[in-house]
Design a binder for this molecule. Structure first.
Ligand code: DGL
Length: 267
């Protein structure tokens, strides 16, 4: 593997991003790191998420990543500017492309955002949307139960339908026409969310939009891959493997555990 596209997430959620990137860039080598020892990032403090993100990005860089994709909304919301300012390769995140896609789509200028507490409380999506159009009405809601439901493989369970109906009722009642899936786990719930909203709200999938964003960054960088996938996690390889096979539809050929060690970042 020469210069892979490096992707990191707090765990399995970023595999929805991996899946899209793999589809759109079949020749590229991809190095994926899932921080399964420290997931979830959603409820953690900004300082902690920044520190973890720097360690994750450093691991990808040490393994010659030519670009880093932050496939986690929480890390993108809180750590992207610092990663971009300190790393020698391009770093892209999901917030800006997701906000742009939502603004382009919304006809009635009412955009909903669902994500982790970290993402919602950071205000990152809200800011990006208002940079593009200050008139847009934005409603953001943390949906902390979605991540464990996905991890449990309950994307189509009755319980998940009930929870989704509860979380999304405000958006439906107030006639929001666009909803950003501001967490990389959520595209796995897409079918359920479409059912619950009766297809009345356009869902913006951050995994799809970041793959398109990558397209505009990649041409400047020499491509040299053979379509190889390398997966690293910080814990629980077998649990990762079973969820990952479900999300990617493949058996992970190369999966290893890595210990990232002490942080070298002191604030
Ligand atoms: N994948 C993370 C995100 O997009 C959610 C999971 C977590 O809380 O770590 O925000």
């Amino acid at each position: 593997m020469k210069n892979p596209i490096g992707i990191f997430d707090s765990g399995v959620g970023g595999l929805t991003v991996f899946r899209e990137i793999r589809k759109q860039f079949p020749q590229e080598d991809i190095l994926y790191f899932g921080d399964t020892a420290r997931v979830p990032y959603g409820p953690k403090s900004p300082d902690t998420i920044i520190q973890y993100s720097i360690q994750n990005a450093r691991f990808l860089l040490q393994n010659r990543a030519k670009i880093i994709v932050v496939a986690c909304n929480t890390a993108s919301a809180l750590a992207l500017p610092i990663l971009q300012s300190m790393l020698p390769v391009p770093v892209i995140g999901v917030i800006q492309p997701g906000a742009k896609a939502a603004v382009e789509h919304s006809a009635n200028h009412k955009i909903g955002i669902i994500g982790t507490y970290g993402t919602v409380n950071s205000g990152a999506y809200q800011q990006e949307i208002h940079k593009l159009n200050p008139e847009i009405e934005v409603l953001a809601k943390a949906c902390p139960l979605f991540v464990p439901l996905v991890e449990e493989g309950w994307e189509d369970h009755t319980v998940t339908h009930q929870i989704a109906a509860e979380y999304l009722s405000e958006f439906l009642q107030a006639d929001y026409d666009t909803l950003i899936l501001g967490c990389t786990h959520y595209p796995i719930l897409k079918d359920t969310l479409i059912k619950v909203t009766a297809g009345k709200i356009k869902l913006i999938d951050s995994a799809e939009v970041i793959a398109s964003e990558l397209e505009s960054e990649l041409p400047e960088i020499e491509t040299s891959g053979i379509g190889k996938n390398l997966f690293y996690v910080s814990d629980n390889e077998e649990k990762f493997r079973s969820i990952a096979s479900r999300i990617t539809g493949t058996n992970l050929e190369y999966l290893n555990k890595v210990f990232l060690g002490e942080s070298w970042f002191i604030k």
